[in-house]
Design a protein. Structure first.
Length: 174
């Protein structure tokens, strides 16, 4: 029953984050909306007992990718002056109350649903644990995993080489 409650809350948060991302006029607000959606998706993974995938979701997408997005937004430059006056005076107390409530829900749900290691009841193969993912990656799918790493490395080196390359113009040669 608690899983349905947590799912409903984070589904609403994911939809709200997606709407903020699409509707937001400020790119930083759009990035924060995307970050909110990514965290909500990580909670969905936890509800499906895919804890390792949830951790990867937070570390890679919500951490590294969002940092990259924010750096790009800063490099592009949002140069318009913003109005810093308080538009909604009761917004901060409501945001604090909602944050405390969500933190309590996350702690309660996490303390009941977090699974680590193999089952004590002899059932192996719990979905999403590090052992199961590692067995699949470095056992069954080793060749595909290493090929993907190789291709991503080649793509990164190619991207850096293309960024550094500046073709000569015909008038510069003479």
């Amino acid at each position: 029953m608690i899983e349905v409650f947590v799912f409903a809350i984070f589904a609403a948060i994911a939809i709200a984050g997606a709407l903020v991302m699409v509707i937001g006029r400020n790119p930083v607000y759009s990035a924060i909306g995307l970050l909110t959606t990514m965290f909500s998706i990580a909670v969905f993974y936890v509800l499906q007992n895919a804890h390792f995938v949830a951790a990867v979701q937070v570390v890679i997408y919500a951490g590294a990718v969002m940092t990259l997005f924010l750096f790009v937004i800063m490099m592009i430059g949002v140069d318009k002056k913003e109005d810093t006056t308080e538009q909604i005076p009761w917004q901060r107390p409501i945001a604090i109350a909602v944050s405390v409530g969500l933190a309590a829900v996350i702690l309660i749900a996490g303390s009941r649903a977090w699974i680590t290691g193999r089952s004590v009841f002899g059932v192996d193969g719990i979905n999403g644990t590090i052992e199961v993912v590692a067995d699949a990656l470095f056992g069954t799918w080793t060749l595909a995993f290493l090929s993907t790493i190789f291709l991503l490395t080649i793509a990164a080196v190619g991207t850096i080489a293309m960024a550094q390359y500046s073709p000569r113009r015909p008038e510069e040669e003479s």
